[in-house]
Design a protein around this ligand. Structure first.
Ligand code: TXE
Length: 500
């Protein structure tokens, strides 16, 4: 298996990145069994960066066997928490030493700006791994009072081999959210990055290897969803699968788990998050946050505030300022220090988003800004704002996953809460008001796993994240995520002489 040497010579990062291109299985970078490779494309230009190994389901069998062996011999219950903590902390340190390089690779492969790759994706990934290093030696059960003839306690044991399927919108961060709690609690992993953005996971494998995790504990197996992802979801010797991606694929994963070994399933899926802007808000701040809510990461954020409800009293003022804000967003080369928005991740996503924009226009919504391609090459889309929308329009109901927001006028608090909750999704929601009672009351009535007051898109590794309704199952991050990666064993010790 080859290494791709990428020479970065730009304001973000100057230097060479050596990216291994093989599958990382049992502590080695290897070619896939059938030797296939797949091009990795730079979305800023549409041109190939390199070719990377692509696994087949047979490679998943090898990776799972390696993970199982490691679990039964050198990891799982065989390694004390403080050793796991030390390895995770070492890994976080190595990643930190290579933060600029990792950010550059992420910007190159995904198209997000180097600035945000460094200051959000990579820094939050490092903090997440470090945070879970702190948990590794603090996994505790309980002693439970029953009768005097019994002593009962629980153990929180690692589940075993965990499959982890990662999307392309935050390639390293979504990996860190899954790898951190899985390794801290003593599980082994078989992780599939998105075939669209595999490069930062390759660097992660390289640095995990350097940190000294035993062979088989971490396996990073690039491949397509329909065969390799499906093989993970169906595998009889994978005990748990964690997935972030589309609701469509989330359903398939749950179905595969149900039809095979009933592996544990956690899902982090789509959203159509409401952002409610009351007339008593700080308007300038609300406009800023609303733009951040929908345009950050080019709208490729599962909790993007894509439905913006604005009180009738401030609607016109809001729209004027919101459009002005969108106009200021500079699109272009993700490495240029002034660029605020790069390309969408792929041609397929570009086409999908443009399809939604066309459907909005055809349905009679008003385009207040954008609504078109930006530039001649790459997959850039101007920040797009729709007004005069109707609840039945596709652009109001479906996740677009691009820089496209719909602005909806409202007059009544109860009615806007009803509209905000009128969706199959329930990932996040935001409320803007200077009246804290009104804001809290609204936040509590919104059916979403995260509710922001006077902000959007704010996450923290210590705070749980996940969805109500069709937005998912389970919570990632914080102490809550540990429960996804442990089995509770109840031990009953009988102290009395008889069965009574
Ligand atoms: O996602 P997929 P796509 C949403 C967003 C976007 C849409 C389509 O609306 O427009 O999904 O994106 C793997 N079994 N989100 O098609 O296919 C795939 O290889 C097992 C929201 O790119 O869900 C990749 O690793 N795995 C989201 C991962 O699933 C399969 C982030 C995600 O890809 C599989 C991404 C299968 N049958 C997209 N098919 C979020 N919640 O943040 C594919 N995969």
């Amino acid at each position: 298996p080859a290494v791709h040497s990428h020479n970065f010579d730009n304001p973000g990062f100057k230097g060479v990145s050596e990216i291994p291109l093989g599958l990382y299985i049992n502590g080695q970078f290897v070619d896939g069994k059938d030797g296939r490779t797949h091009p990795v494309v730079n979305p800023s230009t549409g041109k190939e960066i390199t070719k990377i190994s692509v696994a087949s389901p047979a490679d998943i069998d090898v990776a799972v066997a390696a993970a199982r062996k490691a679990f039964d011999t050198v990891w799982g219950l065989n390694t004390p928490g403080h050793i796991r903590a030390k390895l995770l902390a070492k890994l976080a340190g190595i990643m930190e030493d290579h933060a600029d390089e990792m950010a550059a690779v992420e910007a190159l492969d995904n198209g997000k700006t180097f600035f945000w790759a460094k200051n959000a994706d990579i820094s939050a990934s490092i903090e997440c791994i470090r945070y879970y290093s702190g948990w590794a030696d603090k996994i505790q059960g309980k002693t439970i009072e029953t009768t005097n003839a019994k002593f009962c306690y629980t153990r929180h044991e690692p589940i075993g081999v965990c499959g982890q399927i990662i999307p392309w919108n935050f390639p390293l961060l979504m990996l860190a959210w899954k790898v951190g709690p899985a390794l801290a609690t003593g599980n082994c992993i078989v992780l599939k990055p998105s075939e669209i953005t595999p490069l930062s996971a390759q660097l992660f494998a390289k640095y995990a290897h350097e940190a000294g995790f035993p062979p088989g504990v971490i396996n990073v197996v690039n491949g397509f969803g329909h065969d390799v992802g499906a093989a993970i979801a169906e595998h009889m010797d994978i005990d748990k699968v964690a997935f972030t991606g589309s609701t469509l694929v989330g359903r398939k994963i749950m179905e595969a788990a149900a039809k095979t070994n009933l592996k544990k399933v956690t899902l982090e899926l789509g959203g159509k998050s409401p952002n409610i802007i009351f007339d008593d808000c700080d308007l300038e701040a609300a406009v800023d946050w609303a733009a951040f809510g929908i345009f950050w990461n080019h709208g490729q954020t599962c909790c993007a505030g894509s439905r913006i409800f604005v009180h009738a009293k401030i609607y016109d003022q809001f729209m004027e300022k919101f459009v002005a804000k969108a106009k200021q967003i500079k699109l272009g080369d993700p490495f240029h220090p002034e660029t605020k928005q790069g390309p969408q991740v792929s041609e397929a996503q570009f086409d999908r988003i443009m399809g939604y924009i066309e459907s909005g226009k055809a349905d009679g919504a008003t385009v207040h800004h954008g609504g078109e391609r930006f530039g001649e090459e790459g997959y850039f889309i101007s920040p797009t704002i729709f007004g005069d929308v109707h609840p039945d329009m596709k652009i109001v109901k479906e996740e677009i996953f691009g820089p496209v927001g719909v602005v909806i006028k409202f007059e009544d608090d109860e009615d806007v809460i009803r509209q905000a909750n009128d969706t199959v999704y329930g990932l996040a929601a935001a409320v803007f008001s200077k009246n804290i009672n009104r804001a809290i009351e609204t936040a509590h009535k919104l059916k979403a796993g995260t509710a922001w007051i006077n902000s959007t898109n704010m996450l923290h590794h210590a705070v749980p994240f996940g969805g109500f309704k069709s937005s998912g199952i389970g919570r990632e991050l914080g102490e809550y995520a540990l429960a996804n990666y442990t089995e509770v064993k109840a031990v009953h010790i009988h102290l009395g002489p008889t069965t009574s």
